[in-house]
Write a protein that binds this ligand. Structure first.
Ligand code: WT7
Length: 635
């Protein structure tokens, strides 16, 4: 029995039991399968969740790009590695073979070296979804530089915060980007950010939209001429198993984003293993994940996981509604996509449109459909299943996090019977538990608890860049000897998990993880604002939207309020990005607080959700009268 291509539920349970009985043996078997190791490991795993310290494959030496590219050249040199589908449907798709990818990555690696980048240096990548994004990620990995990709929808302030947090020496960007019918001045955003980034020595600029842009003498360099002059062979840097591969920021409950650090060997094994299993990937498949490489989904399931398996990975620059709402399906038909992986928010947006946009295209190539980023609601699940999968392609509802590096709970297509709104079963090697508020394990069915993982897996993030204590505190202090996910979940009678949502101050809006604290910090920057609190409320397409309660220093008239709302959202856009804008802003004279001064978000959440039947005991609040006022003025 192979650890891959699990055929039925019985086989799944056999492999699962084996993986839990002896995780070290299990992962060692996976690691031995077909990766290139420059030196074998001395020890498979050492771990201590109290410190916390986790090491996988200690002593091993490798380079992940050798596994993602070089390894395939002999047998798959002419196979398409990256299938680039541009923003405009009128432009031709670009098939980048493994051989071409090899040359592009090698040249780019040499440019990085020529510009003084060495092993361990941090390089920020702020690019649209164009091939150079994947190539630059791999070029960093080839020379041992730590990449920090920042999603190109983030604002200049968010970009500079991330660059400064990890002292990046270089930023890689483009003159601009296409987004549907619009263009975006990316370089302008970078210029603004770099006014506050003393560690940046160089910015490499890719030409994408041919706009007239400002180039700062000595700092900004066009990439193309540098590539032309670069050597086309670059020996991969030999890395230790636990050398950092990349940093990726995710928002948390406090203001500062957390730079999650992923290391080399464990991340490689896990992203490769889960890709192959969860998508039941076969050699001639055309796999498409619609995420942006700026998120972990893109890192693990557009770049590393697929390429480690020698797959063809589609990379789409555009948006689902340009030139119309049929774009996704046009691409599926054109490239005969076999696995399609997207987010519930996209499914909901497409489900609102006429069915003709789907019916116009032949989707018969599809075998497996994926969902990620937030709970998929029942209606969206059925729409996806009926209209896209035609009831014959299983939907894998994959639960995981930036911190986990790879998919943790998911059906295995054709082996695990699916059930709408359930992510179903843990993948081999993953040991979830549900705990109650006191840390006692919940054994019963259908009881909501906090989802924890009790044993390490190879791609767990090892630390938060520059702040190990925050890492310990956030993930390992809530419950002893457990990794705490921040999510609530329950289990049904057959052991299927259903994720019920965040139990902390993180809100998932359109699949984007947003901490309330950084948004509140931004709102409070407005000179007229005294205090604010942000909660989530259900939204048809976005899943959740943001509701802000704002106390003004001086209460103004309603005419002024509308302007204030615009200004507040403008500040949020500048500080974080348009994804964090508030849908509703209610001005109030106070916020419900406990005697110790803590804002009672639970009450605010209920009011925003129009669910005020059971507010609980408000009499112990410092200011119970404010609850009525807020209820009376709810938007
Ligand atoms: C949070 C992690 C994993 C890549 C994209 C998001 C939520 C993610 C699911 C799912 C229910 C989900 C969780 C998780 N989430 N997938 N299938 N069902 N919730 O990564 O930005 O780190 O967010 O997304 O709340 O904790 P992220």
């Amino acid at each position: 029995m192979s650890n891959y291509h699990i055929k039925n539920l019985e086989e799944y349970y056999q492999i699962y039991r084996k993986s839990v009985r002896n995780p070290e043996n299990f992962w060692e078997e996976v690691a031995e399968e077909h990766f290139i190791w420059r030196k074998r490991w001395d020890k498979v795993l050492s771990w201590d969740f109290t410190k916390p310290e986790i090491k996988w494959f200690e002593g091993a030496k490798l380079n992940i790009t050798e596994n993602c590219i070089d390894r395939h050249l002999r047998i798959r040199g002419d196979k398409t590695a990256i299938l680039f589908e541009p923003n405009s449907h009128k432009d031709k798709a670009e098939h980048i073979t493994y051989m071409q990818l090899y040359h592009r990555v090698n040249k780019f690696s040499n440019v990085l070296k020529d510009e003084g980048i060495k092993k361990g240096d941090r390089v920020c990548i702020y690019l649209p979804m164009i091939p150079e994004l994947a190539v630059s990620v791999l070029a960093c990995a080839r020379i041992g530089a730590i990449h920090s990709v920042v999603f190109a929808g983030f604002s200049s302030t968010a970009l500079s915060t991330r660059i400064n947090d990890s002292d990046c020496k270089m930023v890689i960007t483009s003159d601009g980007s296409y987004r549907g019918s619009k263009t975006i001045d990316l370089k302008g955003i970078v210029d603004e950010a770099l006014e506050r980034c003393p560690s940046i020595e160089t910015s490499l600029v890719v030409k994408r939209i041919n706009s007239e842009i400002f180039m700062k003498e000595g700092r900004d360099k066009w990439l193309e001429p540098l590539l032309e002059n670069a050597d086309s062979e670059c020996e991969p840097e030999i890395m230790d198993a636990e050398d950092p591969l990349f940093i990726l920021y995710t928002s948390g409950s406090t203001g500062k984003p957390k730079g999650m650090v992923h290391t080399t060997a464990g991340y490689m094994i896990y992203s490769a293993y889960t890709f192959k299993n969860v998508f039941q990937y076969r050699e001639n498949d055309i796999y498409w994940c619609t995420a942006d490489i700026g998120w972990i989904t893109g890192h693990s399931y557009i770049v590393y996981g697929p390429l480690a398996n020698g797959a063809t990975s589609v990379m789409f620059e555009g948006v689902p509604n340009y030139p119309d709402f049929g774009r996704f399906w046009e691409i599926v038909e054109k490239h005969k996509v076999t696995q399609f992986y997207t987010a519930p928010t996209a499914i909901r947006a497409l489900a609102k449109e006429k069915l003709e946009f789907v019916e116009n295209y032949d989707l018969s190539s599809l075998k497996v459909l994926g969902s990620v980023g937030e709970p998929i609601n029942e209606e969206a699940w059925h729409w996806y299943n009926d209209n896209i999968g035609k009831k014959k392609s299983p939907i894998v509802d994959t639960w995981w996090q930036t911190e986990t590096g790879g998919i943790m709970i998911s059906p295995i297509p054709f082996a695990t019977p699916t059930k709408p709104t359930y992510a179903t079963l843990p993948l081999p090697g993953i040991q979830p538990v549900l705990l109650d508020e006191n840390g006692v394990e919940i054994k019963e069915n259908q009881v909501d608890g906090r989802l924890c993982i009790k044993f390490p897996w190879p791609s767990i993030a090892r630390t938060i860049w520059g702040n190990h204590e925050r890492y310990r505190e956030t993930y390992f202090s809530a419950y002893e000897n457990q990794y705490f996910t921040g999510d609530g979940a329950l289990r049904d009678e057959v052991g299927y998990y259903r994720i019920t949502g965040r139990v902390d101050d993180v809100i998932i809006v359109s699949g984007h993880n947003l901490g309330t604290a950084p948004i509140e910090d931004a709102v409070n920057e407005h000179p007229a604002v005294a205090e604010s609190a942000i909660v989530g409320f259900p939204h048809d397409i976005k899943g959740n939207a943001l509701y802000g309660y704002v106390i003004l220093k001086e209460a103004g008239e309603s005419r002024v309020h509308d302007n204030l709302r615009k200004e507040i959202n403008q500040i949020i856009t500048e500080h974080i990005g348009p994804i964090a804008k508030l849908d509703k802003i209610q001005f109030t004279s106070g916020l419900p607080k406990t005697r110790s001064g803590k804002i009672m978000r639970r009450i605010l959440r209920k009011i925003a959700c129009n669910d005020t039947s059971n507010l609980g005991d408000t009499s112990t609040l410092l200011n119970p009268e404010v609850v009525q006022e807020i209820m009376d003025n709810v938007l």
